[in-house]
Structures are given as structure tokens and as C-alpha cells.
Write a protein that binds this ligand. Structure first.
Ligand code: SF4
Length: 423
């Protein structure tokens, strides 16, 4: 309650009174014409339904694959008819588990390449269970050059705890297969703050990840979205996070252990070694999302597709954009949305921020606070959050956004075409 009041006050202060914080129904949305964007593709199928997972996923169903593929291709076609063959800087394929649709991925990527002027990387999320020789060669032949492997832990105890459906001894062979085909970047996702997990267990996981040969490690804390339904809650009850003090120690350990082993921070949870570009899913500014539940952010507008897979298929089959709700962004919202993701990157570039926040007193106050609390280091390029800054700012960001995301996603999962979601 108090948290809600404080975050609303902060939101109002930075973004202004005029910005309405609500998604409203937009079943007939026509996306605006833009010149350039990134693309996100959401594949909702999973063979294993992990109980902690907040994403829009459904149990893999062979019968639904063909209609889903047709719908997705139609959505891509509809969108390209509106905007033309615009430049696309990158494609990110997430889910769900995209590699559950291994054969179909080639068709999807070919369609994107034929409809848009793709000039950047193609990134994909994968699961150790799906990685075999055939899979890695197919991904490479489709033109995918950045891969993230959702490992979560190298310890069978924690894999069981998280409800993952593979064993720890299958992980390094999967990584070796990915390494063997020469992807430009391989990210490995880990999770920490797993119930009674100790710092020693955490370091053991980090050491295995560091020794595995990948060039990026992303270590997320297990933060469970506060699901409202009894069924979800029951499944989550056995999954608890350790107290804040231990989580804080675990973050500090991750940060310095990665740095001591030649990795550099590239986001709050991400660490990269070498000169390879960073693998990143969430920090793109303007992007078009295809698939059920996918979000799109274009100048002045954020919108979400319907989360329901059957409704998504039906709407696309009529040749219509499956957007369910939208929120218009005023200029301040656009600026602070940009800044939100720079905080996530742990780096605010000086040149861009000088242009975006020219004469913005509130931005100057924020920088003053970062300096005063010694949360960042400064150089000619910009402001770099240090370990304390990265941790505390992200904790605040989570306070600020997880409840909102939770209320929006909960409503959108319950009702395919919500009228209005205030947050
Ligand atoms: S495989 Fe990934 S997307 Fe699917 S349920 Fe598990 S965590 Fe969620």
C-alpha cells in the first residue's frame, strides 16, 4: 500500500500529470509507420511448465503448431504491409522455448528476412534439453548468431527445486555443441537466491559457468511474480527466496567473482568477457513484437498483443493485427523509459543523455543523487553504476515495476481482450 503510494508519487514527479498509466483496449490498432526497429518474436510453447515462470507460455501441443505458425507469418505479413521493408537492426526470438519449434524457426526467419531489411544479429533462447547436433547446425544455418542457454544451475538439487527437466551432467555437452559451431555470442543464464542455496553453492555454479567456455553469464535472482490464482500460488509455495541480507551477499559475490575471472558487467545481472557484442533481450528501445503476448514499443506508443494463443491465431487468420491494448507515451515518458533501460544497462551514455535530457532539471537531480550516494563512477563516456549502484537501483526498479507488470500480465492472461488495465 505504502509502496504503491510512494511509487505513484515518484512516477508523477518524473513523468508528469498528463501521462495516463493505463492500458486501454485497442482491438483495431493500426501500428504507426516507422523507419527502423528491432523485432521480437514470441514462441509460447514449452514442453516443461516450470512452476516459477511468469512468462506467457502454454504446454507444447503438436496440433497447435501449424495454426500458430500460419498466424505468426500472417502477422509478419500484415505488419510489413503497413510499414514497408524497413530496416531491422536485430531479431530476438524468445518464449516459451523457441527450440521446441526447430523446423518452423527457419520458415519464420526466412519470412522476416524477405519482408524486412535485416541488418543485424539474430538471437535466440534455448534450453539444454533441446540442444543436439542437429539443433545447433540448424540454428547456425538459419543465420542465428547469438544464443542464450537457460541453464539455471549446474546442481541437480536446484534443477529439481526449480522443476527443470534435465540433469546437470547434460549441460556441459550442450554448451560444447553450441561452442562447436562458432556462434558469435553464447550467453548462459543462471539463477541464484534459490531457497537454502549457500554462497558456496553459488560460487560453484559460477565457476562451472566461467569454465564452460561461454562469453557471457547472466545470473538472475529468483524473483517470483506474486501470482493471484490459488493453483499458481500452491505450485510456488515450495519456492522461496532467501532473506534480503543473503541475496545482497550473493549479488556482491557474483559481481566481484565474475570481474576477478575476466568478465565485465554489461547489465545489472549480466557479465561478458572478450570483445564480442553483448547478448541482450530487454534493452532495445523501439521494437515490434510478433506472437501472443508480445509487446511493441514505437515512438509515442506501447502496445501488447493478446496473450491468448487461440485468440491470437483467430485474429491473425482474419488478416488483422492481434493487438489487445495500448498505452500512449508522452515525451517525458519516452525519455524516462529510455533512462529506465540505461539503468538496467548500468551505464548512462553522456552524449545521448545530454541530448535527450537537455535542460531537464529532474535528470540533473538524479545524477546528483547517484554521485552523492556514491552509486556511480564517471568518465568521459558517461555514468557507470558501480556494484552498490547496480544493486540498489535495480532493487528500486523492481519495486517500481514488478507490481505493475504483474497486474498487467495477470489481467492479460485472464482476459484475452481486456477493456482497461490501470496500474
Ligand atoms: S522453459 Fe522457460 S519459458 Fe518455459 S516454463 Fe520453463 S522457464 Fe518458463
Amino acid at each position: 500500500m505504502l509502496n504503491g503510494v510512494i511509487t505513484r508519487a515518484i512516477r508523477r514527479y518524473f513523468v508528469g500529470q498528463e501521462q495516463e498509466f493505463a492500458f486501454i483496449a485497442s482491438p483495431d490498432l493500426v501500428p504507426p509507420v516507422i523507419n527502423e526497429a528491432d523485432i521480437y518474436v514470441h514462441i509460447p510453447f514449452c514442453k516443461n511448465m516450470c512452476p516459477y515462470c511468469p512468462y506467457n507460455r502454454i504446454k507444447y501441443d503438436q496440433e497447435m503448431v501449424r495454426p500458430f505458425l500460419e498466424a505468426l507469418l500472417t502477422e509478419i505479413d500484415c505488419y510489413s504491409k503497413i510499414v514497408g521493408k524497413i530496416r531491422v537492426s536485430s531479431v530476438y526470438i524468445g518464449g516459451g522455448t523457441p527450440t521446441n519449434l526447430l523446423e518452423e524457426l527457419g520458415v519464420i526467419i526466412d519470412r522476416i528476412k524477405s519482408k524486412f531489411d535485416l541488418q543485424g544479429d539474430i538471437c535466440i533462447e534455448t534450453n539444454p534439453n533441446d540442444i543436439n547436433r542437429n539443433c545447433v547446425h540448424k540454428l547456425r544455418d538459419y543465420g542465428i548468431n547469438m544464443v542464450s542457454l537457460g541453464v539455471q544451475s549446474f546442481d541437480d538439487r536446484y534443477l529439481r527445486y526449480l522443476g527443470r527437466n534435465y540433469r546437470a551432467d547434460s549441460i556441459q555437452p550442450a554448451i560444447d555443441l553450441l561452442l562447436s559451431v562458432g556462434f558469435k555470442a553464447i550467453n548462459l543464464d543462471l539463477m541464484f537466491a534459490l531457497g537454502d542455496q549457500s554462497v558456496v553453492d553459488l560460487v560453484s555454479d559460477l565457476d562451472k559457468a566461467i569454465a564452460s567456455g561461454v562469453n557471457q553469464i547472466t545470473n538472475y535472482p529468483l524473483f517470483t511474480f506474486p501470482y493471484p490464482t490459488i493453483g499458481e500460488y500452491r505450485k510456488l509455495k515450495r519456492i522461496q527466496m532467501p532473506p534480503l541480507v543473503r541475496r545482497r551477499e550473493m549479488y556482491r559475490t557474483t559481481y566481484y567473482h565474475c570481474i576477478e575471472n575476466g568478465f565485465q558487467p554489461v547489465s545489472v545481472w549480466g557479465f561478458k568477457r572478450g570483445e564480442t557484442s553483448r547478448y541482450s533481450s530487454v534493452t532495445r528501445n523501439h521494437y515490434i513484437g510478433f506472437g501472443p503476448g508480445a509487446g511493441s514499443h514505437v515512438p509515442g506508443l506501447y502496445y501488447l498483443n493478446t496473450f491468448s494463443v487461440p485468440e491470437y491465431i483467430q485474429k491473425c487468420s482474419k488478416g488483422r493485427i492481434p493487438a489487445a491494448m495500448k498505452m500512449e507515451f508522452n515525451e517525458e515518458m519516452e525519455r524516462y523509459y529510455w533512462l529506465y533501460w540505461r539503468f538496467y544497462d548500468t551505464f548512462i551514455p553522456r552524449e545521448s543523455s545530454n541530448v535527450i535530457f537537455a535542460n531537464d532539471k529532474k535528470f540533473k537531480q538524479l545524477i546528483f543523487l547517484l554521485r552523492a550516494f556514491k552509486l556511480c563512477n564517471e568518465d568521459r563516456a558517461g555514468y557507470r553504476l558501480n556494484e552498490r549502484g547496480a544493486y540498489w537501483l535495480h532493487l528500486m526498479q523492481n519495486q517500481f515495476s514488478l507490481n505493475y507488470i504483474n497486474s498487467i500480465w495477470t489481467a492479460a492472461k485472464k482476459e484475452p481482450w481486456p477493456d482497461k488495465i490501470r496500474f
